[in-house]
Structure formats: C-alpha cells, structure tokens
Design a binder for this molecule. Structure first.
Ligand code: FMN
Length: 239
C-alpha cells in the first residue's frame, strides 16, 4: 500500500506484541527518515530510537521501541515535527507495523539535549497484536467537512482524516483563489498549554496528509492572511 492509500486506512495502535522490530526493518525506517520532507527545512531536527526503558509514560500500554524527536526551539518547530513524522507514521503502517503518537511520553532524562535541542514528542511503534489498519472510512471518528472548511473541498478530505491529540482536530481552512489559508483553533479556557503545543503538531500532521496526497504540487508559504475568530493563522498552501 502506498502512503496516500494509508491515509484512508491508518489508525493509532495501542496493543503490541512484546517483540522487537528487527534490525533490517529499523534500517529501512532510518533510511525513510532521511528522505522525509520538512515544512521548515531550516529548523534542525534530530530523532533517535529509544527502548521501553528510555521512555516515561503513564499509559497502561508500552512498546519495546519508540522514536524520540528533538528540535531547535523556533517558530514552526512543532508544526515541522508533525509534518515530518506523520510521513513516518504512514510509512511505519505501510510496513505492517502499528504506531501511535505519544503526547504523554517523555524521554528519561533532561528535556533539553546536550546539543540544545528541545524534546518535542514520542512516536511509539511496534509489532501490532491486531490488524494496524482500518477496513473502511466509516471507522474514522472525525468532524464533517463543513466544520473544518469554509467550502466543501474534496482535496481536504485527507486533512479531515488526520490524527490529532485527543482527536481535537484543531484545523480550519479558508479558500482565497487558488490559495488555501490554514488556521488552528485557540485553546479554550479548559485547554492547557500542553494541548496548545500538541495542536501545533496536529497542524503539521494534517498538512503532511495534504502533502502526501499532492507531492508534486504541494506548496506551503506565508501569505500574511487575516486572523479569524477563535483561530490563529499557520500558513497557506497551494495544491
Ligand atoms: C500529537 C498527538 C499526540 C497524541 N498523544 C497520545 C497519547 O499520549 N496517548 C494515546 O493513547 N494517543 C495519543 N494520540 C493519538 C490520538 O488520540 C489519535 O490520533 C486520535 O484519537 C485519532 O485516532 P486515530 O489515530 O486512531 O485515527 C496522539 C495523537 C497526536 C496527533
């Protein structure tokens, strides 16, 4: 299955066999990581594999292996990490592996590495106990198109299906000629700083789905679009 098809099948897997992914597959994953497209190519990002003992997480499930992601702390860093590693989420699932973003995970040790890079998020992966794919689009629990876009636009279906922290789906799209402006919901009073940062990762994830579906034509740029009520501007795209 290619990565675009996986957008319509993927899901978060939370049940794993207690078996490590083999070295050949880990090499393929490393190789794929070196080819992922960045949203902000100037932001330095680093990732590494970490085993179960390298991660702190309060969830009842764990995986033998994880990807821990670090980045330079700059504007756009969280969106960039979401954009890069959603390509990885799809790739892992294309190998028949399960994967799940882990906003609740932390590396054991400091949140700032020796090289000054800041810890961003963990992507857990491993050998799933069950089929890591959805059979049908009806299995996605997502907002309708009318709630995420000012006009019905089939090209945004791939963003609509994207995963997000606590399934918050913070994205909103407005159309302006051949440009689409991309917005993120502001956290309400019940939403903490942590979720606001996770929402920036979510925005990169949704943009990654649009990129994977339109790899030849996808462009991301700053069009200095107007703010809209309850949402802040992330950037604009052409697809
Ligand atoms: C940035 C981010 C952080 C997440 N953190 C967690 C987490 O800590 N624990 C967890 O079980 N799921 C986590 N998820 C998975 C979401 O709950 C899941 O993507 C969402 O409910 C949609 O379901 P789906 O991925 O199966 O389509 C996270 C997802 C994203 C995108």
């Amino acid at each position: 299955m290619d990565l675009k098809e996986l957008i319509y099948k993927r899901k978060s897997t939370r049940s794993y066999k207690n078996e490590a992914v083999d070295a050949v597959t880990l090499n393929k994953i490393s190789d794929f990581a070196s080819k992922m497209k960045a949203l902000y190519p100037d932001i330095r990002v680093k990732w590494e594999f970490a085993d179960r003992d390298g991660i702190r997480c309060m969830l009842p499930w764990t995986t033998p292996q994880n990807i821990v992601i670090w980045s330079e702390d700059k504007d756009g860093a969280y969106e960039n990490v979401g954009f890069l590693f959603q390509q990885m989420d799809l790739y892992l699932q294309s190998l028949g592996l399960g994967a799940c973003w882990l906003g609740m995970g932390r590396p054991n040790g400091k949140a700032t590495g020796e090289d000054g890079l800041k810890f961003m998020i963990v992507l857990a992966f491993g050998i799933p106990k069950e089929d890591p794919h959805r059979k049908d689009i009806s299995e996605f629990s997502r907002k309708p198109m009318a709630d995420i876009s000012d006009v019905e636009d089939e090209r945004l279906e791939v963003a609509r299906l994207a995963p997000s922290s606590v399934n918050s789906q913070p994205w909103y799209f407005t159309h302006d000629g051949d440009r689409i402006h991309v917005y993120c919901a502001h956290g309400g009073i019940f939403r903490g700083k942590g979720l606001a940062l996770m929402n920036k990762i979510d925005m990169g994830i949704a943009l990654a789905h649009i990129y994977v579906a339109n790899p030849e034509t996808f462009e991301f740029f700053d069009a200095e679009a107007d703010e809209i009520k309850d949402r802040y501007y992330i950037g604009s795209i052409k697809i």
